[in-house]
Every structure is written in C-alpha cells, then in structure tokens.
Write a protein that binds this ligand. Structure first.
Ligand code: AMP
Ligand code: GLY
Length: 425
C-alpha cells in the first residue's frame, strides 16, 4: 500500500514510525514531515493545510490511504476533498470535525443528546455575555468557539478575568473569526484524563487512555503549552469507568453524529474531567493527541495500518486491538523560551547514542543542517518516549535518554508521570 501522512509534529512521527513497521506498507510519504520523520518516510514539501496540493499529490501518486494528523486540514475539509477524488482517507469530514472546530456545536449536541458536560450558554454579544458572567459568578470558563491553537480557553478565577476574556474574543477580535462567538461554561473540578476511541461511523472501539502535562514547568507551573509530556494508560480509568465513558459519552456522540447526518470516522479524543458526580466531557478533539499519540503508538501491538483501514472501511466491529502489557511515558524537549519566543536552528547532538532499550525519540520540530546534523526548528522539538513494565521503568528509560541528548538550548519538565510512578502504577 502507498500511504501519505499529513503533518509535521511528534504525533505524525509516531504515526509514520508505526505505519512504516506494517507489512502492508510499500511506500510512505509525509507532508511536510521533519528531519526525524525523514528516516521513516519520504518527506514532501507540502504544508499540512494546503488542501488542493495534498489532493493533487495523492492523486498523482495513486496513494491508497491518507492519514491526517492535525485538526486544521480536517476542519478545512481535506478528507471530503480526498474522498471526492476517490482517495481513501483516515479522519473525519469537515461536518464531523465540527466536534472540535466549534465548541458551541459540541455543547448543543451534548445538550440535545443528554451527554454529561458543564452547563453553558453561547454568546456573540459581549454585553450579554458579561451580564451572564456577573450573574453566575466565578470561577467560570470562557471559550472561543473555533480553533484558536490551544489559546482560546480561559479558566477565569474572577468575574473581571472572565469579562476580559469575553472582550478579547468578542470586542478586540483576538482570535479572528474563531472568537466571533464564545461559550461561557460552568467551572468543573477534578483530575483530567484523555480518552481515545476509534470510530468508523457506527462502531466505536476504545483505544486507550493517557494523561497529558499541559503546563510548561514542573509542578504544573508556568504557561499552558501543547503538552510537555504524557503517559499511558491513565491509572485513574479502570474497566468500569471505561465502560461508563463509552456508554455515557462516546457512544451517544457516535449515534448522535450519525442521526444528524454527519457520521464520525477517525479518532475521537475525549478530554474528560473526573468530577465527584462522575466523568464529564470538557472537549472533543477529532485527531490523536500530541504528545499522547506517541505513548499510544509505543503500546500498540496491533498493526496500525490494518486498524486505520478498518476504521475508514466501516469494519471496526470485526477488529480486536492488542496492546503491549506495558506502560509508556513521553518527555517533550522544547526550545528554551517555549511557549513564548524561542530560537530556531540550534544544534542537537547525540540522538543516535541517546536511545536505549525500549526508547524511541520522536521528532516534533527538527530540520537537517547543511552538514546533515539535526537542528531545532520549532517550540516542541523532540518527544523522548519509552515503554517499560512499570511507569517507574518507562520514566527511568525516557529520562536516561533525555540526559544523553546534547542540546544546551532545550529544556524539559523533570516530573512527567512522577505522581503515577510514586503511586506505584
Ligand atoms: P479545552 O480546550 O476545552 O479542553 O480546555 C482547555 C483546558 O481548560 C482543559 O484541559 C481544562 O484544564 C480547562 N477547562 C476547560 N473547560 C473547563 C471547565 N468547564 N472547568 C474547568 N476547567 C476547564
Ligand atoms: N496534547 C493535547 C492535544 O493534543 O490537544
């Protein structure tokens, strides 16, 4: 089979790494890819959101399957355009990607179908939104409706902060059209878990759970990031809770999307908060998480390509997934300054010597220098992933590898998965 993966981050490196290992894969491209991905796939210089150029490439090369990593091309309708061109694609249509692309759409869907989520109201008028916030009081959460590169959510500790967030979106237009509407919702408290399921339109298969570390620095301090590390599985989700999440959240969504004429195909990533009243849905993403994908791929034993094809062909009901009886941890190494301003082009050495037993170093933002060396080329630059029989072992392997990487301009958190490790999971 000829396969094209779309994207250039650590998630796409993990997908390429797993697909390249499939006996079904004859040729693998990644658009645009990065220096690490180039070891597993042929990189093609097409941007991940250049829908027309991606469709043209897939057609020219007679690609058998396109796997779309990030959300933007999904929301832009890449999968619709590929299917129109007769090319099989893994990921939701634009209509189904609205689960991530519009928070208001998601909240209304949950309300129509009784899925547990925070109470909310939608607003496009700032004065009305401010009045609602004053009436509700703080803490309260303000979310830009559309895709805002992870910056559209403000968990406001005070009414003033919530009003500022409303003004930023609705008056100042800080998020452009993505912030032309906001969702104001109830603040929920509890631990957060990422829950992944594969969906083929009708059937949903639970994939695995993970926990992400979103803040830049140790002890969950500092600004929010795309994710500084993750581990899988989450010790907070046992079989009963998994069944409850499938029955109360994932399956009702799959049925609702089918009933409403926008069947969902692809990975459904539910951001859950485990409240005293039970699990509630914070958000859906319509793609694998980054860096969560890296730990899922470290644990998946089944052939990924076969799995993705079952999903696109509507035959998930006949599939059983196999997992390693192992835990996995990924530590993200980022450029100093991330998620603020950072330098590009700083050299990274020692990668080949760094990886030890059970370790894979995924590249997230790298490029090749003139002498063939690896240079940093983004905010999140590497994902050092390891599996082990316990979280303690997986952590030790990942951090041993981190410590062997020679990159003075990078940093990482030292406490990824530490609480799960201390709890002996
Ligand atoms: P989202 O993009 O909707 O997942 O929001 C980003 C982050 O904001 C989540 O991971 C939570 O930490 C936080 N958050 C979102 N909604 C709520 C809520 N209703 N209550 C408390 N925290 C929230
Ligand atoms: N790690 C969070 C995300 O992929 O959205």
């Amino acid at each position: 089979m000829k396969v094209l993966v779309v994207g250039s981050g650590g998630r796409e490196h993990a997908l390429c790494w797993a697909i390249a290992a499939s006996p079904l894969c004859d040729r693998l491209w990644c658009a645009p890819g990065n220096a690490g991905i180039a070891r597993d796939a042929e990189c093609v210089a097409i941007a991940a959101d250049d829908v027309e150029a991606l469709v043209a490439f897939a057609r020219e090369q007679a690609v058998d399957l396109v796997v779309v990593g990030p959300e933007q091309p999904l929301v832009l309708g890449l999968v619709d355009r590929l299917e129109e061109a007769g090319i099989r694609a893994f990921g939701p249509s634009a209509a189904a990607a609205a689960l991530e692309g519009s928070k208001g759409f998601l909240k209304d869907l949950c309300a129509r179908h009784g899925s547990p989520t925070a109470r909310y109201r939608r607003f496009s008028d700032a004065a009305e939104a401010r009045a609602y916030v004053r009436q509700q009081g703080a803490p309260i959460v303000v979310k830009a409706d559309g895709l805002a590169a992870g910056k559209g959510v403000v968990v406001a500790a005070t009414v003033e902060e919530a009003e500022q967030a409303i003004d930023a979106a609705l008056v100042e237009g800080s998020f452009g059209s993505a912030g032309a509407e906001v969702v104001v919702e109830e603040f929920l408290s509890g631990p957060e878990v990422s829950f992944f399921a594969l969906v083929d339109g009708k059937t949903a298969l639970p994939l695995a759970t993970a926990q992400d570390h979103k803040r830049a620095y140790d002890n969950d301090e500092g600004p929010n990031t795309g994710g500084m590390g993750a581990f899988s599985p989450s010790p907070l989700v046992d079989e009963d809770l998994q069944r409850q999440v499938m029955d109360e959240i994932v399956l009702p969504t799959v049925r609702a999307m089918e009933q409403e004429g926008r069947p969902f195909r692809g990975v459904l990533y539910a951001g859950l908060i485990l409240t005293a009243e039970g699990p509630k849905l914070l958000e859906y993403n319509v793609r694998f998480g980054d860096p969560e994908c890296q730990v899922l791929m470290m644990r998946l034993k089944s052939d990924l390509l076969t799995t993705l094809i079952a999903c696109t062909d509507g035959s998930l009901d006949s599939l059983t997934l196999r997992w390693r009886d192992d835990k996995a941890v990924v530590v993200v190494m980022a450029a100093k300054g991330y998620p603020g301003a950072y330098r590009k082009g700083t050299p990274i050495r020692g990668l080949d010597e760094a990886a030890g037993e059970g370790v894979v170093i995924f590249h997230a933002g790298t490029t090749s220098g003139p002498d063939g060396g690896i240079l940093a080329n983004g905010g999140r630059v590497l994902g050092v992933a390891a599996h082990g029989s316990t979280i303690v072992e997986a952590r030790r392997r990942a951090y041993d590898a981190v410590d062997r990487i020679d990159w003075p301009d990078g940093f990482c958190r030292r406490d990824i998965a530490i609480r799960a490790a201390e709890a002996g999971r």
